[in-house]
Design a protein. Structure first.
Length: 235
């Protein structure tokens, strides 16, 4: 049996849970409610990829503008502006886009236009990592469940075809049995990582679980993590 190649995230303590990293060229879901660290997780994945593994990355900003994301994350010292100027990181601003058509039509309402913009960014800088944060802002624009599912498949196929190991984030309601607001992404995508804030002895504790990861063995336990001044650290 052919061994699946891994893409290390570089997030301290996390890759050990996957025996080396995410399955290469697949698309992974990171879900969580507000304030659980989704944007930090996926940005750290891009930053570590660039600075430690020489893998350029593309950040598709679907809710906050790229400028705001860079300002909010500046206390972590990641120098995203510098990486962008060096051609190692590229932002695709999708925050103000209305996307209601899953076709490949080249207008502003077709999902194909956004995917073409992502493809152009990937090819321009030779990206190996892509982040879409949060995908919920795009997918909620479709009315029918089947359209959402097809849109996800379209995104997944495009990213895989570009040879990128990708992370898509999604909002997760605080309801038992719900992985995301739409509760579809976990069935379509190749891996599922869930971030949670829990209260233990009146103290806030951050935990993550790997609920699914195709093709590789993973630690399915509950793991504590912290958001430090250098990013996420898994205990």
């Amino acid at each position: 049996m052919k061994q699946i190649q891994k893409t290390p995230t570089g997030i301290y303590g996390f890759d050990e849970l996957l025996s080396g990293g995410l399955p290469k060229d697949l698309t992974i879901l990171v879900s969580g409610s507000s304030g659980t660290g989704k944007t930090i997780f996926c940005t750290q994945y891009l930053y570590e990829g660039i600075t430690r593994f020489n893998e350029p990355g593309v950040f598709v900003a679907c809710e906050e503008t790229p400028g705001k994301i860079k300002r909010l994350l500046s206390p972590l010292g990641w120098e995203l502006d510098k990486l962008e100027k060096e051609g190692k990181l590229m932002f695709v601003d999708a925050a103000d886009r209305w996307i209601t058509d899953i076709s490949d039509v080249g207008d502003d309402y077709g999902l194909g236009k956004l995917m073409n913009d992502i493809e152009a960014a990937v090819k321009k800088i030779g990206a190996k990592r892509v982040v879409i944060d949060p995908s919920t802002s795009i997918l909620l624009q479709f009315k029918e469940q089947i359209a959402i599912r097809r849109a996800l498949h379209k995104i997944d196929r495009k990213l895989e075809g570009l040879g990128c190991t990708s992370i898509i984030t999604a909002e997760r309601p605080e309801m038992e049995g719900m992985t995301t607001t739409l509760n579809i992404e976990n069935f379509v995508l190749d891996g599922v990582i869930v971030l949670r804030n829990v209260i233990i002895h009146n103290n806030l504790q951050r935990v993550l679980t790997i609920e699914k990861m195709r093709g590789i063995r993973n630690d399915a336990g509950i793991h504590k993590f912290e958001i430090t001044n250098k990013g996420i650290v898994v205990k």
